[in-house]
Design a protein around this ligand. Structure first.
Ligand code: SF4
Length: 321
């Protein structure tokens, strides 16, 4: 039987081993990260107290488990990310470090209460809920997402919920289940440009499939913000990135983020190059010109990086939220 805790421990050990391997095997300049990747490690009494509190409540954040470099900034802004639907993905994208396997239809119902509890324990303004792909479930996990969103709304209504979702295999019935739970933002990552999609993502994912999903949510739930993220440094060209932005605007996608792809282990796709901070700035300017409502772009930007900045942006524009 699939065991969540056992799986979590297994993933942690695998990640540590992979990082050691990568450190040992990184003699070349190509894999050496430029200076702008240096970040301050989280620390201080507040951080330690919060971590202790989370463990006592058996709550795990993606921010910690992925050793996210943005943790200090995000937690200070009362933003955090939680992973639901377990730690084993039924797909195998070539950039991603999550375990691949078959979770055999098991769901941990405790995640529903845990999400609301996490919002409370961390006094969150903004909670990002994400998951692995669950092609083993009849609805691909859509109803579990909906229950988690409703639980947070009921027990901690001041927390805004963004969901970073899988494609639910493009089945409209399941996408409606998710949309009807009314998350504040629906995010689905396109990850890379069209030409590289089949190299980078699992063959069941698709460039057009992601565009179609984003289009569906915007058409059915026009008041809900849609969002996507692109990794750079996988061999794409600027023209291809611009084409990708045009495709996303053609389905009225509201928010885009750009971040540097980092190779999790030597078994994953290599980094073709590290973009400079000024190149991220250029991408941001182009995206705003294309009509995106909000753009985050930088070497360490991840799809949920300071996601609550979008709230600030809306308030600065005079929206009463
Ligand atoms: S970027 Fe996302 S995963 Fe990283 S600390 Fe921020 S909220 Fe957590």
């Amino acid at each position: 039987m699939y065991d969540y805790d056992e799986q979590r421990e297994k993933i942690r050990q695998k990640r540590e081993k992979a990082q050691e391997l990568l450190r040992a095997k990184r003699p070349s300049n190509l894999e050496k990260k430029p200076d702008w990747f240096k970040v301050r490690l989280p620390g201080g009494d507040n951080y330690k107290d919060l971590k202790k509190n989370l463990r006592e409540n058996k709550i795990w954040t993606v921010c910690e488990e992925a050793s996210c470099p943005n943790l200090s900034e995000c937690w200070a802004a009362k933003t955090a990310t939680m992973m639901i639907l377990g730690g084993t993905c039924t797909r195998a994208c070539k950039f991603c470090h999550v375990d691949t396997g078959n979770p055999q239809g098991v769901i941990n119902e405790e995640e529903i209460a845990n999400a609301a509890n996490m919002a409370k324990v961390m006094s969150l303004n903004y909670l990002v809920i994400t998951s692995v792909d669950r092609d083993d479930l009849p609805d691909f996990g859509a109803s579990h997402f909906a229950k988690v969103i409703e639980s947070v709304r009921t027990h901690h209504p001041s927390t805004f919920v963004e969901v970073l979702i899988p494609d639910f295999n493009g089945v409209e019935e399941h996408m409606l289940t998710l949309g009807n739970a009314r998350p504040f933002v629906i995010a689905q990552n396109i990850e890379t440009v069209e030409r590289l999609t089949h190299v980078v993502r699992d063959r069941r994912a698709g460039y057009t499939k992601t565009l179609d999903c984003l289009k569906f949510y915007k058409e059915k739930f026009p008041k809900t913000t849609t969002k996507t993220s692109v990794m750079v440094g996988l061999g794409e060209t600027l023209d291809e990135l611009i084409e990708c932005m045009d495709d996303l605007r053609s389905v009225d996608c509201d928010i885009i983020t750009f971040g540097q792809y980092l190779r999790p282990t030597p078994r994953h796709l290599p980094v073709t190059r590290y973009y400079k901070p000024e190149e991220f700035e250029e991408l941001k300017n182009i995206a705003y010109e294309k009509g995106f409502k909000f753009v985050a772009s930088g070497p360490l930007v991840r799809s949920s990086y300071k996601a609550a900045d979008y709230l600030k942006h809306l308030r600065d524009q005079g929206f009463d939220i």
